[in-house]
Design a protein around this ligand. Structure first.
Ligand SMILES: Cc1cc2nc3c(=O)[nH]c(=O)nc-3n(C[C@H](O)[C@H](O)[C@H](O)COP(=O)(O)OP(=O)(O)OC[C@H]3O[C@@H](n4cnc5c(N)ncnc54)[C@H](O)[C@@H]3O)c2cc1C
Length: 372
């Protein structure tokens, strides 16, 4: 591919997920000429898993982002469907605000905001190369051959870098939500001396609301009045009801009987999983004495029938997933819209970074978000 010089900027941000958005807005608001690259403009601010912001171990981060001038809390307040302060039975240090969010409205908010922000350009292009020489970053090259000379480059590629989706015996290269995987950037980062590791995470199935028997389920209401992340931001008064159900002995039997078909236990998945996000097969094995696990049924948005089954993340084959979901009260006739999957991806070792998130060995190169 013939390269051409496409621009000279201060900062190139690779990836327009939650981390990339905050990084790009912060740079632009400081007056730095910034370009944020995204594989697709339709993916800006996508929530690849939970349609929610905050939660245990995360709500306080959203407050901190707000305190630092970030945008996530404002967007969350505006598109909130239900707001709940978690862990209120414990001390205030562990109270965590979690907001059920309209995921499409969140994306629209963030895309529009970035488009309106001075010094910031949003470009749909895959970054394939980070150029660095003598331990100093020089810029990035896109798949179309455009070289953007930059004083700093921020890698915020989430779970897309070298992404591979796994469902039972079925595996293919992909970013989350069946989006394109970024394959070339990994080689380029390795060439300039960025050590990469393989991690994995997973997401549950999405089912059609009309196939759920809500009458037999526990209702879960939000806080009244709702709690918000920001003081002065625009607020939704969303009062959507979520529902709760539980796995049972039969669900656990189905999982145990099929563990040999689980990529996690069959050894097809090489990546390490984050501790906070275990799959249902993981939970059934690790907490074998537990008779049931709680499942939250949550809307993916205000204008969709897609429902998220929080707590049922899995990489078992699709037919096993259906069998286990159908064994759960209220979900006997659940119609699958998206199958649960695990995803493996390339990320870096945070010990390679200074507390500023700059790579120790390459000045001007930073990592942000799930990539770290
Ligand atoms: C299946 C699954 C389950 C998850 N479960 C949870 C959960 O329950 N709770 C939770 O907090 N987090 C969960 N996550 C993690 C979730 O990814 C993060 O919360 C959040 O999205 C990370 O933000 P990010 O900005 O780091 O990355 P992302 O939001 O993933 O954004 C990365 C962006 O970079 C773009 N990109 C990547 N490579 C390139 C390139 N070379 N050129 C241009 N653009 C590129 C991508 O297209 C994407 O838009 C899950 C993720 C997945 C995929």
């Amino acid at each position: 591919m013939k390269k051409y010089t496409a621009g000279k900027i201060d900062v190139a941000v690779v990836g327009a997920g939650h981390a990339g958005i905050e990084a790009a807005l912060a740079c632009a608001r400081l007056g730095l000429e910034t370009v944020i690259f995204t594989l697709s403009l339709d993916l800006v601010g996508n929530m690849p898993c939970n349609p929610s912001i905050g939660g245990t171990g995360k709500g306080h981060l959203v407050y901190e982002i707000t305190a630092l001038g970030g945008e996530m809390g404002y967007a969350a307040d505006k598109v909130m469907l239900q707001s709940r302060m978690l862990n209120t039975g414990k001390g205030p240090a562990v109270h965590s605000l979690r907001m059920q969010s309209d995921r499409r409205a969140y994306q629209t908010y963030m895309k529009e905001l970035m488009e309106r922000t001075e010094n910031l350009t949003v470009i749909q292009a895959e970054v394939e190369e980070v150029v660095a020489e003598d331990g100093k970053v020089l810029g990035v090259v896109t798949a179309f051959g455009g070289f953007y000379e930059a004083k700093a480059v921020i890698i915020a590629t989430g779970t897309t870098l070298g992404g591979r989706i796994i469902v039972g015996e079925c595996a293919y290269d992909s970013g989350p939500d069946n989006t394109k995987a970024a394959t070339e950037l990994t080689k380029s980062l390795e060439r300039i001396g960025v050590p990469l590791r393989r991690f994995k995470t997973g997401t549950p199935a999405r089912i059609h609301a009309d196939s759920i028997n809500f009458e037999v389920l526990e209702e879960q209401h939000g806080d009244e009045p709702p709690t918000y992340f920001t003081v002065e931001g625009e607020k939704s008064d969303g009062k959507m009801i979520c529902h709760v159900t539980y796995t049972n002995g039969e669900t656990h039997r189905i999982i145990r009987d099929n563990l040999d078909r689980s990529p996690l236990f069959g050894g097809f998945i090489k990546g390490t999983g984050p501790r906070y996000c275990p799959s249902i097969e993981d939970k059934v094995v690790r907490f074998a004495d537990k008779e049931r696990h709680q499942i939250f049924i949550e809307p993916m948005g205000a204008s969709t029938k897609e429902m998220y089954l929080q707590g049922l993340s899995s990489s078992l084959p699709e037919e096993v997933q259906k069998e286990l979901v159908h064994s759960i009260k209220g979900l006997e006739n659940a119609v699958f819209m998206r199958t649960a999957y695990a995803i493996e991806y390339d990320c870096t070792d945070p010990l390679e970074l200074y507390p500023t998130l700059e790579f120790k060995k390459i000045s001007g190169l930073y990592g942000a978000g799930q990539f770290n």
